[in-house]
Design a protein. Structure first.
Length: 206
């Protein structure tokens, strides 16, 4: 049995007029409401929680990412958080559920970030890949009709780069690289575990 801990890392400003009456505000709340002092305090709290979770004997922690929304401050920061946690924890599995592959225009840079987390943590990364929701497509101007194709190609490219000695060339439909030779290789062999959660799309899990 794997016992993990998860928190969306929401933004919480109890003095804001919208805080108690926001319902499920998402893309409609302006980022002018963000106060960096509160954000800094919250991230410190959320990172400290992960250290406490390890002390309490949990097996792992999970991070996720949603973009342009106050209910999850992990938009664009999840891999950075994972890198910090790789250094300040010793035993926890670091589960990322996950990187939204269709919005990444450079999956080579993504796999380099993930490899760094795996190496620094000495093999504690679990790399999850997701297709994302509408908010991710809107926030990153990613064309919805290509969501599944970009997901598959980015996934296959990352696995190949993790398991194949370079340099090699990649000429895909959505991504093209003349030279693929990421110097850092994963700590885990042949690569970190890849989890693909999917409860709404049958094609994602088939």
């Amino acid at each position: 049995m794997f016992i993990g801990y998860f928190n969306e890392r929401p933004y919480q400003d109890r003095d804001a007029p919208w805080y108690y009456n926001q319902g499920f505000q998402d893309l409609s709340l302006s980022n002018s409401e963000f106060r960096p002092e509160i954000g800094a305090d919250l991230f410190e709290r959320y990172l400290d929680e992960k250290i406490y979770v390890e002390q309490m004997g949990f097996d792992g922690i999970m991070l996720n990412t949603h973009h342009s929304t106050p209910f999850c401050m992990g938009g664009g920061t999840m891999n950075l958080e994972a890198a910090i946690l790789a250094r300040i924890t010793e035993r926890l599995k670091i589960v990322l559920l996950g990187n939204v592959l269709p919005i990444w225009d450079d999956p080579l840079m993504l796999l380099e970030e993930l490899t760094f987390v795996d190496v620094v943590s000495r093999g504690r990364l679990v790399s999850g890949f997701v297709r994302g929701t509408g908010r991710e497509s809107v926030a990153h101007n990613s064309q919805s009709p290509y969501n599944w194709d970009r997901f598959r190609e980015a996934h296959d490219f990352i696995v190949k780069a993790w398991t194949t000695g370079g340099p090699f060339r990649w000429e895909g439909e959505h991504f093209q690289y003349r030279y693929v030779n990421p110097w850092m290789r994963p700590y885990q062999r042949p690569h970190p575990p890849i989890w693909v959660p999917g409860v709404m799309s049958r094609s994602t899990v088939t």
